[in-house]
Design a protein around this ligand. Structure first.
Ligand code: FAD
Length: 547
């Protein structure tokens, strides 16, 4: 629905009285300007992807009021970020930084601890500080979206020269997505691997400012060219963590490869998965398959048409295979179990060599079909993949969220090697748990260089408590099943972070012990994003905050 009341009142963070909190807020208002610190004391507005709320998760697995901010602050400069950090240390108020807050499926804009003050960096710190057309690099602030970077490249007449890499939806922050180690679909799809250089405000009482890599050397002109600098490589600890607030990030840009061509193959049987993945592996590792392509389940090809599920099936439980396969017959992909969307890069004669190899290999699967793009209408989903894989932001992917009323989604995202046997096991466990929960299974394998991210999005009705509980059980069961088989998630929703962090427990949890040591040293008062990625500051740890 559009809005929900705050039935529990202003969400004051734990451990501070209402009066002390309101006094602290007016102090922050005096420092940042009263219009830049807004209390969340009215109703919660949900909006949609492009007009998303920054106060809470509009796709909640629990109540809207569980992961909710007490106020949102909009710093306009690095100094103001430092002011907010010093303020939080003084008053012991938790801060939760976001860049755009479109982290949908993983918690949106919401903080992990109820009543945190959200630091929305994107609204006022949204400059593209540099685009270097010779080195193919850029330097951005948190509020630069994939759309904004793309449009600036077009505006400067550089689009024939360089490409960006965008996730499925272009409205996210280049910096925020990269810090959460998000993926896109050109050969530069691993965003973390292609960034170079961070500027970070540390969460301690001094709010110290540092630059990583070559940025630590005064006057260096290589901050965006060489990510490592000298000494320990510190960037890693600022991704998927709560150790710092990133205020600038360098990113590399891809040279226009001089031509590109999307292709799509379908495969008839669910059981083709393992042999297909074994065909994909050597092609991907040797860069014949060049981009982070998607191998999607047939049902997802149906759901991305954007119609509600009830158009195809009104029964309860997962939609039976014969039902969706019958509906698929009238679509461009036809009756199939899997669809591979890929792209080949370079001039035509170079593409031809690679495409011929791919065609011969894929046809080793009986019943494999190549769909000729010339036969596809302009509104076919294929063309959205074509845009994304050639670095043009898009929003088409949002359509499958309509599968359910009050369409919300949350992802199960384990990592596996590009091996048929692993794909089969993960698909099998997901299918078992979805069948038990009565939920449609829509898996997509995003194939990186030596691993694949399996992304299973559970689409649910945010207003249906019964369905939310089923979705949560299904997710928690899949996380446990996967861990028993040796698979771990690459990223997760706020509500599942403790569980996922708990699966990375080799040698009596030595990694989390190390994370906790870092947390206690860098953030002695525990003010920054407590609980993010399962890392709790000392004053919260072991006090019942874990979910
Ligand atoms: P934010 O929400 O701004 O940031 C993400 C998180 O990083 C924040 O919660 C915060 O904890 C941390 N953070 C952000 N900024 C800072 C900072 N300055 N300092 C410290 N910590 C910070 N994602 C993909 O990666 N690939 C996809 O293909 C993809 N497809 C999607 C398809 C659909 C239909 C939907 C709904 C979502 C999809 N997503 C995908 C997930 C999500 O939309 C994107 O990852 C999006 O870019 C994340 O939101 P954001 O960029 O606004 O990041």
């Amino acid at each position: 629905s559009d809005s929900t009341p705050l039935t529990r009142g202003l969400p004051i963070p734990q451990g501070i009285s209402k009066n002390a909190f309101l006094t602290a807020i007016s102090e922050l208002q005096s420092a940042l300007g009263s219009e830049n610190v807004v209390l969340n004391d009215k109703e919660l507005k949900n909006g949609w992807y492009m007009e998303h709320p920054n106060t809470h998760d509009m796709m909640p697995l629990h109540s809207y009021e569980e992961f909710v901010a007490s106020a949102v602050a909009y710093p306009g400069s690095v100094e103001e970020v430092q002011t907010a950090v010093r303020w939080a240390n003084k008053h012991l108020v938790p801060l939760f930084p976001i860049s755009m807050g479109r982290n949908l499926g993983y918690g949106g804009a919401a903080p992990r601890v109820r009543g945190s003050v959200t630091l929305d960096l994107g609204r006022r710190m949204n400059k593209i500080l540099d685009i270097n057309a010779e080195d193919y690099t850029c330097l951005v602030e948190p509020g630069v979206t994939f759309y904004a970077l793309y449009e600036e490249i077009v505006k400067r007449g550089l689009q024939d020269k360089m490409w960006i890499d965008t996730p499925d939806l272009g409205g996210g922050s280049v910096l925020g997505n990269t810090l959460d180690r998000g993926v896109g679909y050109t050969p530069y799809g691993d965003h973390w691997a292609t960034h170079s250089g961070l500027e970070v405000v540390l969460p301690g009482p001094e709010a110290q400012l540092l630059r990583t890599g070559m940025g630590a050397l005064e006057g260096a002109n290589t901050w965006q060219c060489f990510p490592y600098g000298f000494g320990p490589y510190s960037d890693g600890i600022f991704s998927q963590s709560n150790y710092g607030i990133v205020t600038k990030m360098g990113m590399t840009l891809m040279p226009n490869p001089g031509g590109y061509e999307s292709f799509m193959y379908t495969f008839p049987n669910d059981s083709d998965l393992a042999s297909l993945i074994d065909i994909i592996r050597p092609l991907r590792i040797s860069n014949i398959l060049e981009n982070v392509a998607q191998l999607r389940h047939g049902l997802q090809t149906l759901s991305v048409k954007g119609f509600p599920r009830t158009r195809y099936y009104t029964g309860s439980g997962p939609m039976p295979e014969p039902v969706y396969r019958e509906h698929l017959k009238s679509t461009a992909t036809g009756d199939c179990a899997w669809v591979y969307y890929g792209m080949s890069y370079g001039p035509a004669h170079i593409r031809k060599y690679k495409l011929d190899v791919i065609d011969a290999e894929f046809h080793k699967i009986p019943g494999c079909k190549k769909i000729d793009p010339k036969t596809l209408p302009a509104d076919e989903y294929f063309w959205s993949r074509d845009k994304v894989a050639s670095g043009t932001p898009d929003l088409e992917e949002l359509k499958w969220v309509n599968w359910m009323p009050n369409g919300s989604h949350i992802a199960f995202s384990p990592i596996a090697p590009i091996q048929g046997e692993d794909a089969r096991k993960l698909y099998g466990l997901a299918k078992k748990r979805h069948t038990e929960a009565g939920i449609d299974l829509m898996p997509a394998f995003c194939v990186g260089l030596r691993e694949m991210h399996l992304i299973v999005e559970i689409v649910f009705d945010a207003e249906d408590e019964g369905m939310r509980r089923k979705a949560e059980k299904c997710l928690r069961d899949m996380i446990d099943d996967a861990a028993k088989l040796g698979y771990g998630e690459y990223r997760t929703h706020l509500a599942l972070m403790d569980q996922v962090a708990g699966t990375y427990n080799w040698n009596e949890g030595s990694l989390m012990k190390f994370n906790n040591q870092l947390k206690d040293t860098l953030d002695p008062n525990g003010i920054l994003a407590p609980g993010r990625c399962g890392i709790w500051p000392a004053r919260y740890r072991g006090r019942g905050w874990e979910l």
